[in-house]
Design a binder for this molecule. Structure first.
Ligand code: SAH
Length: 516
């Protein structure tokens, strides 16, 4: 067996987009992911679905794995021939003990790479509007550990030299020692009025900043009950925050939004929420796939054989379009065999998906639901005509039923199946319990049903109670009705049942809640 390889990768400070491209590539390629809490859980969505995920951080019922055990774990996995990624918060070389991990790998003849990351020491201040250098205020900066006990700190930090360095001082792991740190800096010559900022959970929804001076910061930290992890910044650069604070200004800052969608479709909603400053947390609850029952497949084949007999092809979702074309490909059917058919789309996204395939929809309704399409279709589709409805197995019955009543021969084919995605997430239960999720978006009735089911599967006995206090956002009235039938209280529903409408309505809701 050949030995594997270990990537020692900096995951950045928390925002999952602050990983390097090289780090992301290593993540996508690895068979085993070894991670802890500072390396954001959302990043794991980029791992291969079949990758083994090993958590080496703190758990309620277990101590943090010792550094020596982690070193040995990496060696053992690589000796089994695995490609392994060790994800570390920030940059792996800044108080990340990557040297010890690399050294044991080297001793065992295992190939490794160190992939740098964005360290919290500079990125967390930047997210608080505090660039660590400035032409007038600071031409250097030092990154210092605050982790040790005072006597050890005195040995490892030369307070006299550190204090008199001209630049910015950045302390990591120092919240508990803030009193001692300030005292030493003043004792060795920094002015008591020197500005200090603490930034907790920088780049994440919980980001919080506390500003004071060397003289009063300890009292302020105590008063605010300010907890780690936080970066401490000492120096005049802190003043820049007064004008440069920026993340807090985004409309959805501080909101962690659980996006429940089929994995393949989440990206657009996630991108829009991200743009408005929300932190998104994807929890795919639905998986779509090609049906494989012989009857289902035969029904599709029969319909495609008589492609030229249809007057209409009516598409009711983006998935419907995607899977319809997949079947054409699988069965080697040329789209031009539908030459006598007009194409109808239920809404703008469905029409857009068709347009990507070079088909401009002949009919696009004003309202985005089956009812709207029906009104328009009734005028255009004539009794005696034949319509093909490629759709998912959970599609609503309204449309085919109404078409049939109208005398139309409606042929329904289930081009895809919907299934409950296997929940892989180990964090969600904990995050719900500690109210770290603020908003949940539902984009179809099945996302509602499946989320509640998935929550049960991860051990939450009463999912509806677990979601209490979280703003529930539904795309439209049908989804909202399902949510309410299941006992959820819907906080936000847009006028138009679209993704854009949903995000706009949520922004509006936040604005009202904050009262501005
Ligand atoms: N290798 C990491 C640092 C590890 S030491 C890096 O380069 O960022 C852990 C300390 O980093 C924490 O105690 C805290 O001081 C700081 N830290 C890491 N991520 C942080 C974040 N998102 N917000 C605030 N502090 C953070």
């Amino acid at each position: 067996m050949t030995t594997g390889k270990v990537y020692l990768v900096g995951a950045g400070p928390g925002d999952p987009k602050l990983i390097t491209i090289r780090g992301l590539e290593a993540l996508q390629r690895s068979e085993v992911v070894v991670f802890d809490r500072l390396a954001g859980p959302q990043l794991l969505n980029h791992a291969r679905p079949d990758a083994e995920r090993i958590y080496v951080g703190k758990l309620p019922d277990r101590h943090t794995m010792k550094q020596e055990e982690i070193n040995q774990l990496l060696v053992n996995l690589a000796l089994q021939g695995k490609t392994v990624i060790r994800l570390k918060g920030g940059d792996p070389t800044v108080f990340g003990r990557v040297g010890e991990e690399a050294d044991l790998l080297r001793q065992n003849g295992i190939d490794f790479e160190i992939v740098p990351g964005i360290t919290s020491a500079i990125s967390v201040p930047a997210y608080a509007g505090i660039p660590v250098t400035h032409r007038d205020y600071a031409s250097s900066f030092s990154v210092i550990t605050g982790h040790e006990s005072p006597d050890k700190l005195d040995l490892s930090i030369h307070w006299d030299k550190v204090t008199n360095a001209t630049g910015t001082l950045v302390f990591l792991m120092g919240v508990a020692k803030i009193g001692y740190i300030s005292e030493q800096l003043v004792k060795h010559g920094r002015s008591p009025s020197t500005p200090v900022a603490l930034v907790q959970w920088g780049t994440r929804a919980e980001q919080r900043t506390l500003v004071g001076t060397l003289e009063d910061i300890e009292a302020k930290v105590r008063e605010a009950n300010f907890k780690p992890p936080a970066v401490i910044i000492v120096g005049d650069v802190v003043r820049q925050r007064e004008t440069l604070a920026w993340v807090e200004k985004k409309p959805l800052f501080g909101q962690r939004v659980l996006v429940t969608r089929a994995r393949s479709q989440a990206s657009e909603l996630v991108a829009m929420l991200d743009d408005q400053g929300a932190e998104t947390y994807e929890f795919p609850v639905i998986e779509t796939r090609l049906p494989d029952s012989p009857e289902g497949v035969q029904a599709i084949q029969r319909a495609l054989e008589v492609a030229d007999s249809f007057d209409w092809v009516i598409l009711t979702s983006v998935n419907g379009v995607d899977y319809f074309f997949r079947w054409l490909d699988r069965e080697a059917v040329d789209i031009r065999r539908f030459h006598s058919a007009k194409f109808a789309a239920v809404g703008p996204k469905t029409a857009e998906a068709l347009a990507h395939r070079g088909i401009r929809a002949d009919l696009l309704p004003e309202s985005y639901q089956a009812e709207g399409l029906l009104d328009r279709l009734n005028g255009l589709v004539k009794p005696g005509q034949k319509a093909l409805l490629p759709r998912g197995d959970l599609a609503r019955e309204l449309l085919p039923k109404a078409l049939k009543e109208h005398g139309v021969e409606a042929v329904e084919i289930d081009v895809y199946e919907t299934a409950l995605a296997a929940p892989r997430d180990m964090w969600l239960a904990e995050m719900l319990a500690s109210k770290e999720i603020h908003v949940i978006t539902f984009t179809s009735s099945s996302t509602v049903v499946n989320l509640l089911e998935a929550l049960k599967q991860i051990g939450i006995a009463d999912p509806v109670a677990a979601l209490n206090g979280i703003d529930i956002v539904c795309i439209g009235p049908v989804t909202a009705k399902t949510a309410e039938q299941h006992g959820l209280r819907v906080a936000v529903m847009p006028q138009h049942a679209t993704i854009d409408g949903m995000v706009t309505a949520l922004v509006e809701h936040r604005r009202n809640k904050r009262g501005d």
